[in-house]
Design a protein around this ligand. Structure first.
Ligand SMILES: [Zn+2]
Length: 225
């Protein structure tokens, strides 16, 4: 497979950089008079990295398109895929008989309506699960906020306040548990040291599977809104 450079940018810089954009374009930045032959050599050298990362982005785009916010389209909730349908008689969004039912009057602004619904569900479900897991692990936190973060699933502040993105509500339940346990463990360790991971493992021996699931499904974070 030959690498196609989508954009070559020459500028006053000292080093060469190769990056893959969110829409899977290969961007190469080089110093002003950098020889073309050298560019070819570097591309050849970085070939496998480019292929690997480009296909990762393409995969993410493909998965992202698996969420389709229209009647008959699919939507993920707690890791399950539901077909979107609409009903004139419904006044609020609900899951019924394997369908995600959207009131007809909300269809025009389905994206906003679903985001609002997920945020509300997140507040209820994530906060409750955090309380349960805090009880189970015996790790206490000082407070919790549900955010709309797209760059991370959760975080834990220096004052032991836990933030969780409502977007997590699309992930499966064990993956949600992993994020919550991860953040709870940050109450004890404010880093990703060996001791931190040992603490995570103590509460969730198979955490690596869920960590990987979240990495493979990171598209959920900016699937919509
Ligand atoms: Zn962390």
């Amino acid at each position: 497979m030959d690498i196609i450079i989508d954009e070559l940018i020459r500028s006053k810089r000292k080093t060469v950089s190769i990056s893959i954009t969110r829409d899977a374009k290969v961007i190469v930045k080089v110093p002003l008079k950098f020889p073309a032959k050298e560019i070819d050599r570097i591309i050849e050298e970085k070939k496998s990295w480019i292929i690997r990362n480009k296909s990762r982005v393409l995969e993410r785009i493909r998965k992202k398109e698996s969420i389709n916010l229209s009647v008959g389209g699919q939507f993920l909730f707690l890791g399950e895929s539901y077909t979107i349908s609409t009903d004139y008689n419904e006044k609020s969004i609900k899951i019924k008989n394997g369908l995600l039912v959207i009131p007809s009057e909300l269809m025009e602004n389905i994206e906003t309506a679903l985001a609002e619904w997920c945020r509300k569900q997140g507040k209820i479900i994530l906060k409750k699960r955090l309380e349960e897991l805090s009880h189970l692990t015996g790790i206490k936190y000082s407070g919790c906020s549900i955010t709309g973060a797209k760059s991370r699933w959760g975080s834990c502040s220096y004052k032991n306040r836990i933030n969780l993105s409502w977007r997590l509500i699309l992930a499966n339940k064990r993956a949600i548990d992993y994020v919550i346990i991860h953040e709870l463990c940050h109450v004890l360790h404010k880093n990703h040291s060996k001791a931190f991971w040992q603490e995570v493992e103590k509460h969730m021996p198979d955490y690596k599977n869920h960590k990987k699931w979240l990495k493979d499904n990171a598209f959920i974070l900016d699937a919509f809104m």
